[in-house]
Design a protein around this ligand. Structure first.
Ligand code: ZN
Length: 142
């Protein structure tokens, strides 16, 4: 199901999202809907607050033809390098902001089955992950 996207200044977008306590069927269904919504909107990532759910969950589009990634309670555990570039956001239409990001990040999270995962991301995936995790902390690009 395609979900409506919250647009700034909706207060859920600037609130701190809360941890997911259990990756249950409702979370799995939300992940499926968020992936469908991200693709319908041609986004590279989507965070739960953007669809009105203040929980620590985001999805990232695959970069090399792999399945999209769901990150539950993600934490960036290492950052290296520096990348400066333009970013847009589905919740902040018609704005392109220049952001400075780490070029490589290590992310620990739970996957869509509730299993602990550790990902090393670089390039666009690393940028998108940082952008989406910012959403979970109420941080927008503008
Ligand atoms: Zn965004």
């Amino acid at each position: 199901m395609i979900l409506p996207i919250k647009i700034a200044p909706d207060p859920i977008l600037t609130a701190m999202a809360i941890e997911v306590t259990k990756v249950d069927d409702s979370i799995k269904a939300l992940i499926a809907d968020m992936i469908e919504t991200m693709r319908a909107e041609n986004g590279l990532g989507l965070a739960a607050p953007q669809v009105g759910r203040g929980i620590r969950l985001c999805v990232l589009e695959s970069i090399k033809g792999k399945a999209p990634i769901a990150l539950v309670n993600p934490k960036i555990t290492a950052r290296t390098g520096r990348h400066v570039g333009p970013e847009g956001c589905l919740s902040v239409p018609n704005v392109v902001a220049t952001r400075t990001r780490a070029s490589h990040v290590t992310v620990r999270a739970l996957d869509r089955n509730g299993k602990e995962i550790k990902l090393r991301l670089e390039g666009l995936s690393a940028i998108v992950a940082q952008h989406e995790i910012d959403h979970l902390n109420g941080i927008l690009i503008d």
